[in-house]
Design a protein around this ligand. Structure first.
Ligand SMILES: Cc1cc2nc3c(=O)[nH]c(=O)nc-3n(C[C@H](O)[C@H](O)[C@H](O)COP(=O)(O)OP(=O)(O)OC[C@H]3O[C@@H](n4cnc5c(N)ncnc54)[C@H](O)[C@@H]3O)c2cc1C
Length: 417
């Protein structure tokens, strides 16, 4: 069924009896050409582009829980292409262009909203760093505008411009940045992949990876063994655990990141704002809740829940930047597991086992990467050659030290990126 305004009207006047499930619920087959482990944003988008761009449909996505139950449905929904370093800049630019055509491509409303993103800066040094970043964005073909303090005040009049500890000097404005409805992105890709014949298999945990003669031959799952010519690991926070099933030790640590939402309010924040000193960022959802977050919880963990000291830290940063937030009541907080790489940049590469492919290391920035990552990973799996937009995301950079992409300039420590 094609979704459209006419369809909504037709269903509405006929009692909404014609809607069908958005995807099938198939039993796993004994064998596939390609098995994708992980039904998050990256796994589902990989399946979509494999089918759409490479005609590969004998594909299964194996998800241990339900589709979109991982970080793709837990993030703060920010979509942007404001990266500094060669490799990252090209990739996120590619991903943003895919976002801009995504709803038409998927025939699904993912509520992509390019409301503009503003990174505030609070010192001369920070301004210089953002000017450099803005130049890289413009050179890459994306948009960046440097705002002074008065420029910020015009767009964001509710910030506290009188604070003396971290005065607001200005901001780097990225008008094409914004947000999207996170779980709709998972559902849209799932529906599109299913329509092209991909099997989406939920409640199917991969418990082992079969290898014979240095080549992958399939996977063991809680729903039986499945043979496969190629196996792709796309499990975000669980990357190290699943890769260990193939005898690999990945340079990934898993950390918790929390997010928070207030009760629904009338429209008040029209942009995405990130506070350059307090590690705090905020936007307002279409339902009206103020959605915000901060830093990692600072210790490695597989628990998808956070701790109270970080909740306090984030609330303090929010109060410093925009004291009005103190009037809002917080509704919920939650956590997700981040696959942190040592240089803060991802890995899209072949594993050292024939037929095995890796996609991980998205840190806390993998939602905006969903279209680009799936597109480039599908290209790698289908052709055995890296996509040019993701050719820098090599696994061996952590072994050789060549080609590291330390976007934040914080050194090789997983929890600092
Ligand atoms: C609080 C928070 C805020 C964030 N904010 C942003 C943001 O604003 N912008 C941004 O770009 N990014 C953000 N991120 C990061 C982003 O959400 C992640 O980088 C991205 O979603 C990870 O990729 P994924 O969607 O494929 O992961 P997931 O949705 O976690 O998918 C991985 C899937 O693999 C499955 N799996 C694991 N092990 C197995 C197994 N053995 N067998 C079968 N299946 C398995 C899991 O169940 C899971 O569904 C945020 C994350 C969090 C938690």
């Amino acid at each position: 069924m094609r979704y459209s305004g006419w369809q909504v009207l037709a269903q509405g006047i006929t009692g909404n009896r014609g809607w069908r499930p958005a995807w099938r619920d198939p039993a796993p087959k004994e064998a596939y050409d390609i098995v994708i482990i992980g039904g998050g944003g990256h796994g589902l988008s990989t399946a979509h582009y494999l089918a759409k761009e490479h005609g590969l449909t004998n594909v299964a996505v194996l998800e241990k829980g339900y589709l979109g139950g991982g970080s793709v449905g837990r993030n703060t929904t920010i979509v942007r292409a404001n990266y500094l370093l060669e490799g990252n800049s090209q990739f996120y630019s590619h991903s943003l262009r895919l976002w801009e055509g995504l709803e038409a491509d998927l025939n699904y409303n993912v509520m992509h909203s390019q409301r503009g993103l503003i990174n505030l800066f609070h010192s001369d040094g920070q301004r210089d760093a953002f000017v450099r970043r803005g130049n890289m964005m413009i050179n890459q073909g994306d948009d960046a505008i440097l705002l002074d303090r008065e420029g910020c005040r015009k767009l964001l009049p509710y910030l506290d411009y009188e604070q003396t500890r971290f005065p607001i000097y200005g901001g780097l404005y990225h008008p094409r940045g914004g947000t999207a409805r996170h779980d709709a992105v998972a559902w849209g890709y799932a529906r599109a992949a299913d329509r092209r014949g991909v099997d989406l298999i939920q409640n199917c945990e991969v418990t082992g990876i079969d290898i014979a003669g240095g080549r992958v031959t399939g996977v063991q799952t809680t729903r039986g063994a499945i043979r496969a010519k190629k196996v792709a690991i796309v499990v975000a926070g669980r990357s190290s655990q699943v890769a260990a099933m193939a005898g690999l030790r990945l340079p990934i640590e898993s950390h918790v990141l929390q997010a928070f939402v207030t009760e629904g309010l009338k429209p008040v924040i029209n942009h995405v704002i990130s506070y350059g000193m307090g590690h705090f960022y905020i936007s307002q959802s279409d339902k009206g809740g103020l959605v915000f977050g901060g830093d990692l919880d600072f210790y490695a963990s597989y628990a998808a829940r956070g701790n109270l000291p970080m909740a306090e830290h984030v609330a303090e940063a929010g109060m410093t930047l925009m004291p009005m937030i103190g009037r809002a009541r917080m509704l919920r907080s939650w956590g997700g597991i981040m696959d942190m790489s040592p240089d803060g940049s991802p890995i899209i590469d072949k594993a050292p086992v024939e037929g095995l492919y890796l996609n991980c290391g998205w840190c806390y920035g993998g939602f905006k990467a969903v279209p680009g990552s799936g597109n480039c990973f599908a290209h790698l799996i289908a052709t055995d050659r890296p996509h040019k937009a993701a050719s820098a995301f090599r696994l061996d950079r952590f072994e050789t030290g060549r080609g590291l992409m330390d976007e934040e300039g914080t050194g090789s420590q997983h929890n600092l990126h």
